[in-house]
Design a protein around this ligand. Structure first.
Ligand code: NAD
Length: 359
């Protein structure tokens, strides 16, 4: 991989590398774009087989964060951290060292939890840097992001229902859920709390999760592969990325796809394929922005769940703008979301240039 060309092509500002042999740390931080504000994104702990695989991952994930924050109307750019280790190798020394790495960037990157991290790890990082968010509630932070992500998925689903069926109520509809983990559980809780009498079809690869799903009112549990063939109104992918692809799209028997998983489309062209089949696709990073909105509310001021909820509720309006752009420009909803995010960044960049006397 030619890193500099890759970064130029995809608009990355910075890639930082850190080693600390004593602490057993090898890490990268990618800052994609800071036009809207300091870059924000979690740090992932993952034992990539090669440095190249780790670099590709951190660069790709940092760019996705730029789009997510821009589409959510946040004043943050996109960044991501990556610790090349297995989660079993984590130590306090390693996390404190990563904190020093974050601190060395002087606030250009704000870190938070991602795959392979726990709130304890984040607390250790916070010993070495103030550029941390998403700390536990006991530390004055915003805590677990899943409840807000679940509320965001429910909000996006209502916007989809209005677009597809003319009313945002979901009562009487069948929702097929792939992966019954944190976000899906909070989605179901939101449906129940809002009195939506839906039928649920749930799958998971984990026995305990399937057993939990069996206890949910109006829920049927199916095998992991059956979920793609399940007749339903809404398919909610809440597990893995890349699951909307050449094999699965022809099998889907739904009218809407709206779920929490990141990078659901294997490629952008799969968004076009869904559109061709008449399936309304809710762009994943718009749908699942509740988590980043929640942690962003901890940065500027004292965290308030009410404020985070109000901002997350705006996902409804963002979805409507995505649908409007998709229809106006004759493009898929996936491309429309990208366009909205890019337009926002470009307009702020233009204003900044004018202020700096460059235009
Ligand atoms: P989780 O680990 O709590 O739940 C995922 C569930 O999916 C697990 O129960 C797992 O067993 C199941 N699963 C894995 N592979 C599967 C498969 N092939 N078929 C069926 N089930 C499978 O994770 P989560 O926090 O609910 O996150 C789900 C997705 O949403 C992830 O892609 C995550 O990146 C994304 N996301 C989460 C948040 C958040 O706030 N937690 C925010 C934004 C995006």
């Amino acid at each position: 991989m030619n890193i500099l060309s890759y970064m130029e092509t995809y608009g990355h500002e910075q890639l930082a590398v850190w080693t600390d042999k004593e602490a057993g740390l090898r890490a990268f931080i990618a800052v994609h774009d800071t036009t809207l504000g300091p870059s924000l994104g979690g740090v992932r702990v993952w034992a990539h087989p090669t440095e190249e695989a780790a670099l590709t991952d951190v660069l790709r994930l940092s760019r996705a964060m730029t789009y997510k924050s821009a589409a959510a109307g946040l004043h943050f750019g996109g960044g991501k951290g990556l610790i090349m280790a297995d989660r079993t190798q984590k130590t306090e020394a390693m996390m404190r060292s990563f904190g020093r790495f974050v601190e060395s960037l002087g606030g250009r990157y704000l870190t938070t939890e991602d795959v392979g991290m726990t709130s304890q790890d984040l607390e250790w990082i916070a010993q070495s840097t103030k550029h941390v968010t998403g700390l536990p509630v006991s530390q004055g932070g915003s805590g677990d992001t899943s409840p807000m992500t679940g509320f965001g998925i429910y909000t996006a689903m209502r916007a989809c229902a209005r677009e597809k069926w003319g009313s945002d109520g979901l009562g009487g509809r069948t929702i097929a859920i792939q992966g019954f983990g944190n976000t899906a559980t909070w989605l179901v809780r939101n449906l129940q709390e809002h009195g939506e009498e839906v039928k649920l079809v749930i799958t998971d690869i984990n026995d305990a999760a399937r057993e939990r799903a069996r206890q949910v009112k109006n829920a049927t549990v199916v095998g992991p592969d059956q979920i793609y063939d399940t007749p339903c109104d809404v398919f909610a992918p809440c597990a893995l990325g890349g699951i909307l692809n050449d094999d699965t799209i022809p099998r889907l028997k739904c009218q809407i796809v709206c779920g929490a998983a990141n990078n659901q489309l294997l490629t952008l062209e799969h968004g076009d394929a869904l559109q061709k089949r008449g399936i309304l696709y809710a762009p994943d990073y718009v749908v699942n922005a509740g988590g980043v909105i929640n942690v962003s509310c901890e940065v500027d001021s004292r965290y308030s769940e009410q404020a985070a909820r109000e901002k997350t509720a705006r996902i409804y309006d963002t979805m409507q703008r995505v649908f409007g752009t998709s229809k106006r420009d004759g493009i898929s909803t996936a491309r429309a979301a990208d366009r909205l995010a890019e337009e926002r960044i470009a307009s702020v960049r233009r204003v900044r240039r004018v202020h700096m006397g460059k235009a």
